[in-house]
Design a protein. Structure first.
Length: 355
């Protein structure tokens, strides 16, 4: 049986949150990240919520996106399409830019985020797996959320563990531990089916309620501020797959989307980030399949040097339950890359890879 979050863990979270806020409020973020700022930054979001109450810290509050876009505009940053951002890496335009990306095709991207994008005239790329549209996605993370949110105790048999979850803090802690267990080996996600069934958690129903359907994706792609990108058919970690299975998963999703949208789909996002990138093999496959860019989850800003590795573009996580928009702003200023690189190469690539 696991206890709740430790005092040490709570203190660490508070210190990090306070540090990011202080860097932004004092302007020190510009000084700390100066060498790592680059030409621009790709920001990553997933789901959006009106309020985090009852969500166990999942999703980005829509007010955070609104505040962030206002701050970016006020600081003189252009919010541009992914195509425009890549073009600027080769050009002479000195204005700093930001690219917005949303992963997985959550319905909240349309219902909550799109009105904010319209208000700020900000474009975004939404990366959509086939499985989220047709209901076949193994969205195990939604199952875990439902499991911990709705119960005061969870017998997590795959971990041989019982979580006591009488309050919100312990539910959040249990969800994070279970999620981390899956991240240690993504094959473990296949072990969760019996657990969900025993607790009346229906993942297919959650998928249908949470993600954009096929016709909704087609309509959303017609919006002038939205572009749909590829994200595999099944959202599996590509690093676990044989070449033929990975290529089929990637190319199949590209073909599905191009048939649906009646246009080329040139941009891709790796499911889960690092677990889908084992050296340069996946990047080579993407180029062979016909993509022009692929985004990772490796924190960092965009430099002209990334023109040589367009299938391994860095991307800054912009979602934080503790820090609101401060994490994203520190990422844009290069602070997050400066910290993760520890004074090393500003041009971020997964695992230090070079094109």
């Amino acid at each position: 049986m696991h206890p709740g979050p430790t005092v040490r863990e709570r203190i660490r979270s508070l210190v990090l949150s306070t540090g990011l806020r202080t860097l932004n409020w004092t302007g020190l973020s510009r000084l700390v990240g100066r060498r790592y700022r680059g030409r621009g930054t790709i920001l990553m979001f997933h789901d959006f919520v009106k309020s985090r109450e009852g969500t166990l810290d999942q999703g980005c509050e829509i007010s955070v996106l609104d505040t962030l876009l206002a701050r970016l505009r006020a600081e003189g940053r252009d919010i541009v399409t992914l195509d425009e951002g890549l073009t600027r890496l080769s050009g002479d335009n000195p204005r700093p830019f930001v690219v917005l990306t949303f992963d997985d095709g959550y319905r909240s991207n349309r219902d909550l985020a799109l009105p904010v994008l319209e208000r700020h005239e900000a474009p975004a790329t939404i990366y959509v797996p086939t499985g989220s549209m047709d209901g076949s996605l193994n969205a195990w993370w939604l199952g875990l959320l439902a499991l911990f949110r709705d119960r005061e105790a969870v017998d997590f048999e795959p971990m041989n563990t019982r979580f006591q979850c009488p309050d919100t803090a312990s539910k959040i802690w249990g969800l994070r531990r279970a999620t981390a267990w899956v991240w240690q080996n993504f094959r473990r996600s296949e072990q969760l089916g019996p657990l969900f069934a025993a607790n009346d958690v229906c993942v297919p129903d959650l998928v249908r309620d949470t993600f954009l359907r096929t016709d909704e994706v087609r309509e959303l792609d017609k919006h002038p501020l939205v572009s749909i990108g590829a994200h595999t058919r099944t959202h599996r970690a590509l690093g676990l797959l044989k070449r033929e299975d990975a290529v089929a998963d990637i190319a199949g999703n590209k073909a599905d989307l191009e048939t649906l949208l009646q246009r080329e789909v040139p941009h891709f996002a790796y499911p889960y980030g690092p677990p889908s990138i084992t050296g340069t093999r996946e990047a080579k496959w993407l180029a062979e399949i016909g993509f022009t860019s692929a985004v990772t989850t490796t924190p960092g800003c965009l430099f002209p040097g990334h023109r040589k590795s367009p299938m391994l573009l860095p991307r800054q996580n912009a979602e934080s339950p503790e820090d609101g928009h401060h994490l994203a702003l520190c990422g844009v200023e290069g602070v997050i890359r400066a910290l993760s690189a520890r004074g090393g190469d500003p041009v971020a690539r997964p695992g230090g890879l070079h094109a």
